[in-house]
Ligand binder design. Structure first.
Ligand code: FES
Length: 126
């Protein structure tokens, strides 16, 4: 989905579009954007992915470089750079949702999923 070199080495999150395409013996789907995530490097070849959709009610979360924190403008949830809730007044019922990531050489791959909002548990939508 993207190159490792495009993820800042200093741990600053970068927002990237997730492109999904599927092909098998019978079908070949066109690659289309399916969502947006934040990628953050936690080591030379380690990357974590955070879903950009707020677990509270589904708005998009911004990363504010000046505050070095994530912020959801809909109801003022704030999250630390690792995606954890960093203000007890945040209405989000859980931290930002993480996604499974695999780094293969220079390529970053992830298993993109959406999750139910408004509940404390991280429950994938099917
Ligand atoms: S949707 Fe993000 S704080 Fe409500």
């Amino acid at each position: 989905m993207g190159g490792l070199s495009s993820v800042p080495a200093d741990g600053t999150p970068v927002r990237v579009a997730v492109i999904s395409g599927r092909s098998d013996a019978w079908t070949r789907d066109k690659a289309v954007p399916v969502g947006v995530v934040y990628l953050r490097r936690t080591g030379p070849s380690q990357v974590v992915a955070l879903h950009s959709v707020c677990p509270h009610a589904g708005c998009f979360i911004d990363y504010q470089t000046d505050r070095k924190a994530f912020f959801c403008p809909c109801h003022d949830s704030t999250f630390a750079v690792d995606g954890s809730i960093n203000d007890p007044r945040s209405p989000s019922p859980r931290s930002m949702d993480t996604l499974a990531v695999e780094v293969r050489g220079e390529s970053v791959w992830l298993r993109f999923q959406n999750f139910r909002s408004g509940i404390p548990a991280k429950v994938a939508l099917t």
